[in-house]
Ligand binder design. Structure first.
Ligand code: SAM
Length: 329
């Protein structure tokens, strides 16, 4: 029996966080003042993740996305990714990275079987990037993007989270990247994850506003294919654009009714919904020597409790836009 939840959503996508560590500290991603990291012993070992994925794939998971924290900082990540290739039925393994280590690692990732990369980049201005991320590595990230292009990754997706008063004035510059490059720029609405204590609906730039801003400069956007993976992105091109612009609107126009995802946290919890705190512990049973049938039961239980939708906009966060502006410039 495939993984189908009580609302008839077929789950085929598992997002795996391999670490909580990151080599950047983006203000919108981390809770203020918190630098606590998980003890190493709490983080799932690669063999444990591999086992869970091996149980999930015959149930219908076809796509695994490796994320973090920053996945490329975890030692042994490339051989681990390569090891996922021996799971029959797993068609697609992709990575979301901040790109800092990509210049050195792009070729290895390609050879390990990664076909698609999402690279997060929230500013095209190196000084602003440093203010947002706390790191002076903009040029390194850019060289990483160029190296990934050279290594043949296609499409390269750049994830941008526009935050009011921080980087929302760069929407047009990011859109312009798609004019003559086959790059895919995805604008993701700011969500109350990570830095949920700083989030507020007012800090979130709605996808509709992003579209308007782009259309004022380039004219009406043309619909584009949804592409491989057919995720929640609404895709467009600027007239005669080589690349694609994706608008992802989890806040203003949620797509929960078509959500196909489960998440595995670095410390071994299954999260049925990114925007809910509900988790199912999978590490204890894994380490307690449970059988595959028990792992399957827990995966199916995650589907039972997968919420119908998220309730973020029903109770807006407490932070102010002023807090976020502190990191802008
Ligand atoms: N370190 C990797 C990276 O930077 O891509 C992977 C982890 S990061 C948490 C994954 C994605 O989540 C990034 O594209 C990041 O921009 C996005 N993200 C983080 N916090 C977010 C928030 N509060 N709202 C929307 N997207 C967020």
């Amino acid at each position: 029996m495939p993984l189908i939840d009580p609302r008839n959503r077929r789950i085929d996508y598992l997002r795996v966080s391999v670490t909580d560590r990151c080599n950047l500290s983006c203000a919108y991603c981390k809770p203020a003042g918190s630098m606590k990291v998980l003890p190493h012993a709490d983080i799932l070992r690669y063999e444990e993740i591999h086992r869970l994925v091996s149980v999930a794939v015959p149930l219908g998971i076809t796509h695994v996305r490796i994320t973090g924290g920053e996945p490329l900082v975890r030692r042994g990540i490339v051989p681990f990714i390569a090891s996922l290739r021996d799971i029959a039925g797993l068609d697609d393994v992709s990575v979301t990275t901040n790109g800092v280590l990509l210049e050195e690692m792009a070729a290895g990732l390609r050879d390990a079987g990664i076909s698609r990369l999402n690279i997060s980049l929230d500013s095209l201005d190196p000084a602003r990037f440093a203010r947002i991320t706390g790191s002076d590595s903009w040029h390194k990230v850019w060289r990483g993007i160029e190296e990934a292009e050279r290594c043949g990754f296609h499409p390269i997706k750049i994830n941008v989270v526009p935050v009011k008063g921080v980087n929302d004035d760069e929407v047009v510059a990011f859109a312009r990247l798609t004019a003559d490059r086959r790059i895919h720029v995805r604008f993701i609405e700011f969500m109350p994850i990570g830095a949920h204590d700083r989030w507020h609906t007012d800090a979130c730039v709605p996808a509709s506003e992003i579209r308007e801003t782009i259309e004022k400069v380039f004219g009406p956007l043309e619909p584009a294919d949804r592409g491989t993976g057919a995720g929640p992105s609404q895709n467009f091109r600027i007239p005669n654009g080589q690349g694609v612009i994706g608008l992802i609107s989890p806040i203003t126009k949620h797509f929960c009714e078509s959500c196909r995802r489960l998440r595995l946290t670095a410390d071994g919890k299954i999260r049925p919904c990114l925007l809910s705190d509900t988790e199912i512990d999978i590490r204890s049973p894994l380490r307690g020597g449970c059988g595959d049938a028990e792992l399957e039961r827990l995966l199916r239980f995650a589907l039972e409790i997968k919420p119908e939708r998220h309730y973020v906009t029903d109770s807006p966060g407490r932070c102010s836009v002023r807090t976020m502006s502190r990191i802008g410039g």
